[in-house]
Ligand binder design. Structure first.
Ligand code: CTP
Ligand code: MG
Length: 170
């Protein structure tokens, strides 16, 4: 399989779980509306349990479909889950950091806003599915992911903005 396609398919569960979380229109914040020691929100209202649940599920389904449609074995159910949930985990870490830096909900944090899903999913795979992680993400696939993700992120956000799904194009 072409390595660019392989990089895309390996990350697909995370590419689906993030916009999947948006679709939930969730109301129950993961931080229960609570503040951190600095008096600012732990994560903010943009990170909800409904988003985690729907996003993880849709990302998981996308991975299962990708696995069935490809000849090559990409991943198993556990690694699909780690990539899907890991993307949202990275997104929550990003929000935690943004709140500490007094960056409000929906405001930009360049680079990390685009790559948090990659770091989150890689981190979980590194800790919980290490053999699969190093077999699947060799250095050129990893570099492809780091270049491709911000481009897809940008394209998806402009599209969502034009379709009226987002109020800001990032
Ligand atoms: N979302 C959610 N639950 C999640 C992640 C996202 O409900 N775990 C939904 C929220 O409605 C959120 C939207 O998806 O507003 C867009 O996600 P994102 O851009 O990550 O959040 P922001 O609102 O921009 O907040 P932040 O500044 O914390 O990133
Ligand atoms: Mg945002």
């Amino acid at each position: 399989m072409n390595f660019i396609l392989k990089a895309f398919l390996l990350m697909l569960p995370a590419y689906v779980s993030s916009p999947g979380a948006v679709l939930s229109r969730g109301k129950k914040p993961v931080d229960f509306g609570k503040d951190f020691f600095d008096g600012k929100r732990i994560l903010g209202d943009g990170k909800t349990f409904e988003g985690l649940a729907l996003g993880t599920l849709l990302g998981f389904i996308a991975g299962v479909i990708a696995e069935f449609l490809t000849e090559e074995e990409l991943y198993g159910p556990f690694s699909i889950f780690l990539i899907s949930f890991g993307g949202l985990f990275g997104d929550m870490c990003n929000s935690f950091l943004k709140r500490r830096l007094s960056i409000g909900r929906g405001e930009k944090l360049p680079v990390l806003d685009q790559l948090n899903i990659v770091f989150g999913s890689w981190l979980l795979c590194f800790f919980f599915d290490r053999n699969w992680f190093f077999e699947s993400f060799n250095w050129y696939i990893a570099i492809t992911v780091l270049i491709m993700t911000p481009l897809l992120h940008r394209a998806a956000n402009i599209l969502a903005y034009k379709l009226g799904l987002k109020y800001v194009p990032w």
